[in-house]
Write a protein that binds this ligand. Structure first.
Ligand code: HEM
Ligand SMILES: [Ca+2]
Length: 341
């Protein structure tokens, strides 16, 4: 039988496996009230997750790049937010800075705790790990470490490999785009989501990116660099997501996620655990994962958006069967923007 782990009760009443983690419960509350409008999976939670990626990926397993998941993007925001790939990131660094300054956390601990808490606000998300104790960042990350939607699959996979991630792990991390919207790809239509359910951590993103494209969400069908035809009005499809869904090196990892909530959750959790300690000496970090809120589950089968069916799927994985999914009734939807930008 499993042994019951010993827990300590914190002055605030919560329990944790390690007394050092007690200091984090008030920070989690602060983040929820001041940053996430009371535990919402809204624009700020989405942006906090994106921020953790843009912070951590400035790292190479071969050395010579940045400090990884060290919070440099927050501490040196004036320098890193200028990078082209960080377009729009200043909104969340500006939002986090005054809240971070109310805490005793280093920038790295704050950025990666906020990402874990924000993700937990999204139903269907896995409960991400949180490791505590990153030292203060030494320097900003160099430019050109963050993949862009105009990049080729080869260049994206090469960048992920350089940071220590396999193609399967890169696809797993892209589950993040299930709770995501674009503000700056087409600046005329801020808050344009990547799937029809940007407040739910479901596998809808993996399905919708495979559907035949029909339109651009821009005014008068205008397109912008980095996007390709999307299946739904009001929805944006990143060129990189589509290319990765179709490339023989990644297509089967992509398709395997469609309607496999548990696979997606487990793969995303494992890859995020790696991402959020990139460049850190993990032997010096304390496991404070039990301060991260437990996300609400998502247990439904996903569905084709109304009017879509299997005939609209651009299947690129010849070896896996495609799941049988129902179609939502009614006319094709228009996906509303994510408010708050
Ligand atoms: C191939 C790699 C990737 C590319 C090219 C890419 C590109 C983008 C772009 C262009 C946007 C929209 C930015 C805007 O216009 O506001 C975006 C949003 C986002 N990305 Fe990625 N991304 C990648 C990987 C990731 C990863 C690995 C994560 C997290 C683990 C992530 C999390 C997010 C989130 C959560 C948003 C939504 C932010 C919001 O709604 O405010 N992305 N991504
Ligand atoms: Ca979604």
């Amino acid at each position: 039988a499993a042994t019951t782990a010993k827990k300590v009760t914190c002055p605030t009443g919560q329990q944790t496996a390690n007394a050092a983690c007690c200091a984090l419960f008030p920070v989690v509350d602060l983040i929820q009230t001041q940053l996430f409008d009371g535990a919402e999976c809204g624009e700020e939670a989405h942006s906090a997750l994106r921020l953790s990626f843009h912070d951590a990926i400035g790292f190479s397993i071969h050395g010579g790049k940045g400090g990884g998941a060290d919070g440099s993007i927050l501490a040196f925001a004036d320098q890193e937010t200028i990078f082209h790939a960080n377009g729009g990131i200043d909104e969340i660094t500006d939002g986090q800075t005054p809240i971070w300054q109310q805490t005793n956390l280093t920038a790295g601990d704050f950025v990666h705790l906020a990402a874990a808490v924000g993700t937990a606000n999204c139903p269907g998300a896995p409960r991400l790990e949180f490791k505590f104790g990153r030292p203060a960042p030494k320097a900003p990350a160099p430019d050109k470490t963050i993949p862009e939607p105009t990049d080729s699959v080869s260049s994206i996979l090469a960048r992920f490999a350089d940071a220590g991630f396999s193609p399967a792990e890169a696809v797993a991390l892209l589950a993040s785009h299930t709770v995501a919207a674009a503000d700056v790809v087409d600046p005329n239509i801020p808050g344009t989501p990547f799937d029809s359910t940007p407040f739910t951590f479901d596998s809808q993103i993996f399905l919708e990116v495979l559907l035949k494209g029909r339109l651009f969400p821009g005014k008068n069908n205008a397109s912008a660099p980095g996007e390709v035809l999307s299946p739904l009005a009001g929805e944006m499809r990143l060129q990189s997501d589509f290319a990765i869904s179709q490339d023989p090196r990644t297509a089967c990892f992509w398709q395997a996620m469609v309607d496999d909530q548990l696979l997606m959750m487990a793969a995303f959790k494992a890859s995020m655990a790696k991402l959020q300690v990139l460049g850190q000496d993990t032997s010096k970090l304390v496991d404070c994962s039990d301060v991260v809120p437990v996300p609400k589950p998502f247990t439904q089968q996903i569905k084709y958006p109304a009017t879509f069916s299997k005939k609209d799927v651009q299947i690129a994985c010849p070896i896996l069967p495609f799941p049988n999914l129902a179609t939502v009734a009614g006319p094709a939807p228009t996906v509303p923007p994510v408010p708050g930008s």
